[in-house]
Design a protein around this ligand. Structure first.
Ligand code: FE
Length: 340
């Protein structure tokens, strides 16, 4: 079994961490580019390979969750081989910047391609794909007119009808962090406690199981990252579950990013910047997002037709990095409210 097969079989993270995966020509001309990525192997591998070929360099990468990659960058310090950190949560990027693991870059190309609310104002990181975390509902038992906001799911009429993913998932921590920024802690805690009181089942370990529970009739409504429904709808076009854009009359639907930044101790800084610019370019943006049913961060690029079919929505335009600032408070609030 090749190392690549090992990765694809998703052996424990440590086995993956032990070795960098080299991609590209064996005798590459330039310095290799090293990427630490929380974006999953199958979502990045072919693009990394293509970039390496185009540039005549080796692209090596490590995949793991965001938090262990941040720990690893911290432990390695100046000796880290990483040139680039790619995350699937804006809070992780904010934390990496706070921990002095990223360096600011100025790039007119990146600044023109990526809207201001999806990148760090000082250039430490840039969003590359956007996901909305919004309401999902049973098309058999709920009419879209019955839905409006995240807070509404705490109303008594949803008692025994709501499904949620675990409060330990970073996506939910980021959602609650956004509420804390927008509404304050007290109102957020009231909202979360209302949700917990309405649960039809114990929280699920991932969004896909939660969506399947809605489809199966275990509950009527839930909260999901948009791309998980995209994947399920692709496999099962008749799935009786649809997305609803939350908070359109208020601040807009919560969005998060998968994005990247150049590491503080990058050995190949120029190539890392060039790679980010390449990822933000229109043709690559389209594919980077499409492979995971996401929205391109580059506003001039269309998502997949299946994603476009969900309709346009107003996103919450607060800078996504601010999620990071209130994530620690969100984790404590979620715990207090009993969201397991
Ligand atoms: Fe995900």
């Amino acid at each position: 079994m090749s190392f690549r097969d090992v990765l694809l079989r998703r052996l424990p993270a440590l086995a993956i961490l032990a070795t960098l995966v080299p991609i590209g020509p064996a005798q590459a001309a330039g310095e290799p580019l090293v990427v630490y990525t929380a974006r999953k192997y199958q979502l990045v591998e072919s693009l990394f390979q293509e970039y390496g070929k185009e540039r005549g360099i080796e692209v090596k990468f490590v995949t793991d969750d965001g938090a262990p990659l941040i720990q690893r960058l911290t432990a390695e310090g100046a000796a880290s081989p990483a040139d680039l950190f790619i995350s699937v949560d804006a809070g992780d990027l904010w934390r990496a910047k706070q921990a002095d693991l990223l360096q600011p870059i100025r790039s007119p190309a990146l600044e023109a391609a990526i809207p201001a609310h999806l990148r760090d104002p000082e250039g430490h990181w840039f969003g590359l794909a956007v996901r909305a975390r919004t309401l999902a509902y049973s098309t058999a038992r709920v009419k879209p007119a019955e839905l409006s906001s995240y807070a509404d799911l705490a109303a008594p009429r949803w008692k025994g009808r709501l499904c949620l993913r675990s409060g330990k998932a970073v996506y939910n921590q980021s959602l609650v962090a956004m509420f804390i920024n927008d509404l304050g802690e007290e109102a957020t805690e009231k909202l979360v406690r209302g949700w917990i009181a309405n649960l039809a089942a114990d929280p699920f370990s991932n969004d896909t199981l939660m969506l399947k529970a809605i489809a199966a009739g275990q509950c009527d409504v839930g909260i999901t990252n948009s791309y998980y429904l995209g994947r399920l709808q692709h496999e099962h076009p008749a799935l009786p579950v649809q997305l609803f854009w939350a908070d359109q009359a208020g601040r807009g639907t919560h969005v998060n990013i998968s994005g990247g930044g150049v590491t503080k101790h990058a050995k190949n800084r120029a190539e890392a910047v060039r790679f980010l610019e390449w990822l933000a370019s229109p043709a690559i943006q389209q594919r980077f997002a499409a492979v995971n049913f996401e929205f391109p961060a580059n506003a001039g690029v269309d998502p997949l037709p299946e994603v476009r079919a969900w309709g346009a929505f107003k996103p919450n335009q607060v800078n996504v990095g601010l999620i990071g600032r209130t994530q620690p408070a969100a984790v404590m609030l979620i715990d207090r409210a009993g969201w397991r």
